[in-house]
Design a protein around this ligand. Sequence first.
Ligand SMILES: [Zn+2]
Length: 339
Amino acid sequence: MDTKRPTNLITIVRSERNSLSFAMLFVSILFLGLHALGGNAYHLDNSCTDTQKDFLRQGFLNAFNMIQYANLAWATPNPAQQQLKQWLFGPDDVVTRIRAGQTLGGLDRIAGYGELDTAAGIQRDDIRVYCNTDRLKFKAGVKPKFYDPDSQELLSITDTGGIMCSGSLAYAWVPTNPAMPSIIQICPWFLEYGMEKDPQFQSRIEPGIVARLALKLDEYITGKWYTPIDLFGLFDKVLVHEMTHTRAGMETHDVNGFGGYGWKACRKLSTVREPVTSGIMGPERNADTFALFVSACNLQSRGAMVQENGTFTLPPATKAKARRAMAPNPSALRARRPF
Ligand SMILES: [Zn+2]
C-alpha cells in the first residue's frame, strides 16, 4: 500500500459522513480534490477476505516494483535489456515504440496508485479488484447472460466456464460506462493457488477448489506451450497482464486470443508489423508481451540470464529461492488429487 496517498483518509472522512461538520466537509472536499487530481487507486472489493487482501496488497506491491524497473529498462536499456526488447517487441520502429511506450507509461501510472478502502467515489481510471464472482447475476433469456450490479452492465463473457473462472487465472474488463472503474477479476482457485505457493500465506488459506484446477494449470505448464519464464512469479505477472487491460493500461488485447499468451507466442508475434489502419495488432497491443517484458526485466535485475528460448539461469545464490518461487510444485498438487 502506498501510504503517501490520501486515499485512506478519504475513507475515514466518508465513513463518518453522518456527523459531518463544516470542518470535516472542508477536509473531505480537500481530499476528494486530491484524489481527482491524479490520486488514482486500486480497491480490493469485500469479496476478498482480509487474508486475501493482504496477499493481493503484496502482489500489487511486487507488480508495482517490477513495473518501475521495467520502465527504467525501457527508457535506458543496457545490452541485455535491449536484447529483451527486441525479442518481445521486434525490430525498433517508431509506431511500435510509441504505442508500447503508452502502455508502459500507463503501467507506470498504475504503479503509483494508492489503495482506496471503499468503493464509494471510485473513479474511472481506478481499478476494482474482485476475489470471487458471487455478485454476478445470471439473466435468463438474454445474451450475454451475466449482469454485474457494480458496473451496472451485462458482461461480454457469454460462457459459464469463463464467468466461473474454470478456464482462466484472472480476467479484466473496462465497463462501457465511462464513469465506471476498470475491473480485475481474480479467479478464486488461482488466488488460492498463489497463496498456497507463498510461504507467508501457506498456513492462512482455507482449502477450497484449488487442486482440481491447479492440476489443469499443471498440465498447461508442463505441456508444450509454456517455457520456464512463463512460470516465474506467475501470480505477480498475471496482475501486470491484467493491469495492461485496464483503462489506465491503455486497454491492451489478448492478440490472437489464447495464441497471444506465453513466451513462445509472444516471440512469434514480436515481428508482426501491420499498417495502423488495418486493425491487425502486433506486440505493442498484446497484454502478455508486456507482462513478460516486465517479468523478464525483473529476472535480469536479480542477475538472471534470460535466453531467447524462454529459459533463464540464475546466479547460484538465488537458485534455491527462485525454484521455490516457480510454479507449480507438481508433487504437492498431486497429493491433493481427491478433488
Ligand atoms: Zn488477457
